[in-house]
Design a protein around this ligand. Sequence first.
Ligand code: GDP
Ligand code: MN
Length: 381
Amino acid sequence: MKIHEYQARELFRQYGIPVPEDVLCHTIEEVEQAARKLNRMVVVKAQVHAGGRGKAGGVKLARTIDDAIAAGKKILGMDIKGYTVEKVLVADAVEIDKEFYVGLINDRNTKSVTLMASSEGGVEIEEVAKNSPEKIIKLSIDPLVGLLDFQARDIAMQLFGNMQHVRQAVPILKKLYKLYVETDSSLAEINPLVLTPDGQVYAIDGKMNFDDNALFRQPQILALREPDEDEKKEIAANEKGLSYIKLDGDIGCMVNGAGLAMATIDMIKLYGGSPANFLDIGGSSNPQKVIDAMTILLGDSNVKAVMINIFGGITRCDDVARGLISALNVIKTDIPIVVRLSGTNAEEGLTLLKQAGLPTVGSMSEAARQAIELSKAYVQK
Ligand code: GDP
Ligand code: MN
């Protein structure tokens, strides 16, 4: 789960990480009020679940109230990487002497939380990793003892090289780690962490992600969830017992089992197609589930063909076929559908589908190839 910068800043404050004052705004009037209230140089920042807002024109410094209003007008409603900006943060701006990067992630290789820090702050860390990986300091943190003072001091010294700044940076690192662990975070970044000309250290941007599997024990974090359109669909699907993740392609996939769903996606890619989603309907042939799944797939306007790939085990293929036939009686669509059934009662299932006039194929690769061809031939009416 992702949260917005304004929410990350609030969590930082709760943990005592220094963040300049800010006000969340939904309208130009609110931007004006906020700029008057802060009464200094402010920065107007798009609040969307995307990085690189600065580069995209979604972060603007304003020295006067009129500048702030103009920035608000430009940014509210703007599109950043497919997200429409519906709110902006008006924050107290600081003078910047230098920008640093500090981040925590779960590292599967070391099986621990890794602290990353760099004197190349402000730019996306992926860029630094690509162009000058030697400028990223990494430290694996022992989960039993946490981030120790001497480790935090060592890293802060490498970044700042000045004891007065190190004294401010050490508690920031330790508090960020505490926040990360206590909230079951999977990513916590301060980028940039800045040094001002008068020697103050502030976090002026925050990004945090959380482990979805831990949200059940993190009510405070769950309450911050502001799903975008795609995530809303994913959550609705979950509530119906389906695991659904939207992707960018045009071939809808309906599959039973997560492993088979992944294999289906791989197969579509292998033959040059592009999957529209991951969808695991689980081990049930309940027609209602099939109807729900088809409704979700066909609700995605990118979908130009549907590939149904079922491996019957405990789930019986004839049940799935019946579910599918009754689902398609309810949902009328002209989008081509390819069905591959294999396993328990596949013969019976295929016969039922043929009787109902639905196209079936013999193998998974054939299903993928056909779905790709049909998607290319499909023209929306
Ligand atoms: P991002 O592009 O989405 O990561 O958004 P950031 O909040 O990190 O802002 C991008 C850049 O704008 C920063 O790296 C800074 O260079 C600049 N910026 C943001 N806030 C301030 C501020 O308060 N003062 C100054 N001088 N620059 C800022
Ligand atoms: Mn940033």
